[in-house]
Design a protein around this ligand. Structure first.
Ligand SMILES: Nc1nc2c(c(=O)[nH]1)N[C@H]1C(S)=C(S)[C@@H](COP(=O)(O)O)O[C@H]1N2
Ligand SMILES: [Mo]
Length: 256
């Protein structure tokens, strides 16, 4: 997977601004606040995004006419894990989404329970780090609704999504997972989708439930979700970087 060009652009623009600042005025550059700002370049994507884009900003939404006729499926497209296969063969009637961790009231919700909650429908552009995009329509329960229902404890800082699939399809393989902060968790377009393009979410796209977190790149959008956990740190999960791909060198915050 390649570094997306918009990130190069953003990094480049800020680096250029920083270089201009240094060239223009060495005394300003010696200022501790400026030095601190330049040191922050390490966490550039996350911090720059948070500085430039208001935290509540919505991702663009599109019209029905703009929906891609052939939305690509990527990563796992047919999980073979025994627990998943058993649920799929039963039409997901026995599926339960578990919401636990740093919450007052852990939840265990069937798909009918999820459908009985308020829903949001949105037509958005999916942007994969590999360089392709597709526009699709998603319907699901806002994550904020479930978090309110469960009651986040004050120590909670991140929301972790545990998935059924292992990319190597081994029963004991590392299963996919992802995590987001509370800004994204409470963002109005962050939903747990059970429908795509007016149909029940198909298996290649993450049945029965997948995340849409529209201001971040494709790999953050966890498919095949089995459990959601509120945590104060993800250092103890997987290899400690907050996600299957972040554990393998990709950025944890992957803003678009
Ligand atoms: N559980 C799980 N979620 C996943 C993946 C995966 O392999 N497993 N791949 C990610 C990547 S890289 C992308 S681009 C999107 C693809 O979603 P799609 O198949 O609906 O296009 O899912 C993301 N979520
Ligand atoms: Mo992706």
């Amino acid at each position: 997977m390649r570094e997306p060009s918009r990130r190069r652009w953003l990094g480049g623009a800020l680096a250029a601004a920083g270089a201009g600042l240094l060239a223009a005025c060495d005394r300003v550059a010696a200022n501790p606040v400026v030095q601190q700002t330049l040191r922050m370049a390490h966490g550039l994507t996350y911090r720059a995004q948070r500085l430039i884009v208001p935290r509540e900003a919505l991702a663009p939404e599109y019209t029905e006419a703009e929906i891609s006729p052939d939305f690509r499926a990527n990563g796992s497209i047919n999980p073979m894990a025994a627990d998943y296969v058993a649920l799929r063969q039963g039409g997901f009637a026995d599926y339960r989404l578990v919401v636990d961790g740093l919450v007052e009231r852990p939840l265990s919700l069937s798909l009918a329970d999820l459908r009985a909650r308020p829903s949001r429908t949105q037509i958005t552009k999916h942007d994969c780090v590999e360089g392709w995009t597709s526009i699709g329509k998603w319907k699901g329960a806002p994550l904020s609704v479930l978090l309110e229902e469960a009651g986040l404890r004050p120590e909670a800082r991140y929301i972790v999504f545990y998935c059924f699939d292992a990319l190597d399809q081994r029963e004991d393989g590392d299963r996919y997972y992802e995590s987001i902060d509370l800004v994204d968790a409470y963002h109005p377009q962050t939903i747990l989708a059970y429908e795509m393009n007016d149909h029940i979410l198909p298996v290649p796209h993450g049945a029965p439930l997948r995340l849409r977190v529209e201001r971040q790149i494709g790999y953050k959008h966890a498919k095949y979700i089995r459990r959601i956990e509120a945590v104060d740190s993800f250092a103890h999960i997987g290899r400690g970087e907050g996600g299957y791909w972040p554990d393998r060198g990709y950025q944890w915050y992957a803003g678009i």
